[in-house]
Design a protein around this ligand. Structure first.
Ligand SMILES: [Zn+2]
Length: 123
């Protein structure tokens, strides 16, 4: 039995979640796509987006990219022209399931450090 609210698992015979006071269900409800997602990477650098995506894709980690559309529709040349001085407002945030967050963070750490391992040095 599972609590649909806090997603805790309970033994058979327990009818309600003592924490949430809601009725337990026999099967875990489908994941809310926005629930339990934690941000693992944030960037205002649009050139990093495909790199982050390919890293997450190749690791098989599902992700949600938030703010990406706002980035991609803005002409690069206009950046800083009064839209956002800090760049912070244009940041794209990648979120993954909580259970994969650590893995994703490890994967993306080199990017967060300012390196771009997916782009080979020019020979
Ligand atoms: Zn509960």
């Amino acid at each position: 039995m599972y609590c649909p609210d806090c997603r805790a698992e309970y033994r058979e015979g327990i009818a309600t979640c003592p924490d949430c006071e809601v009725q337990l269900v026999a099967e875990m409800p489908p994941e809310n796509p926005d629930a339990d997602l934690v941000p693992v990477f944030e960037t205002a650098d649009v050139s990093l987006l495909p790199i982050v995506k390919s890293l997450l894709d190749s690791a098989g980690i599902p992700y949600v990219a938030q703010g990406e559309e706002a980035l991609s529709v803005l002409p690069v040349g206009r950046w800083g022209a009064g839209i956002s001085q800090s760049g912070r407002g244009l940041a794209a945030t990648f979120r993954v399931e909580e259970g994969r967050a650590k893995e994703a963070a490890e994967l993306l750490r080199p990017l967060a450090d300012g390196e771009s391992p997916a782009e080979p040095e020019e020979a």
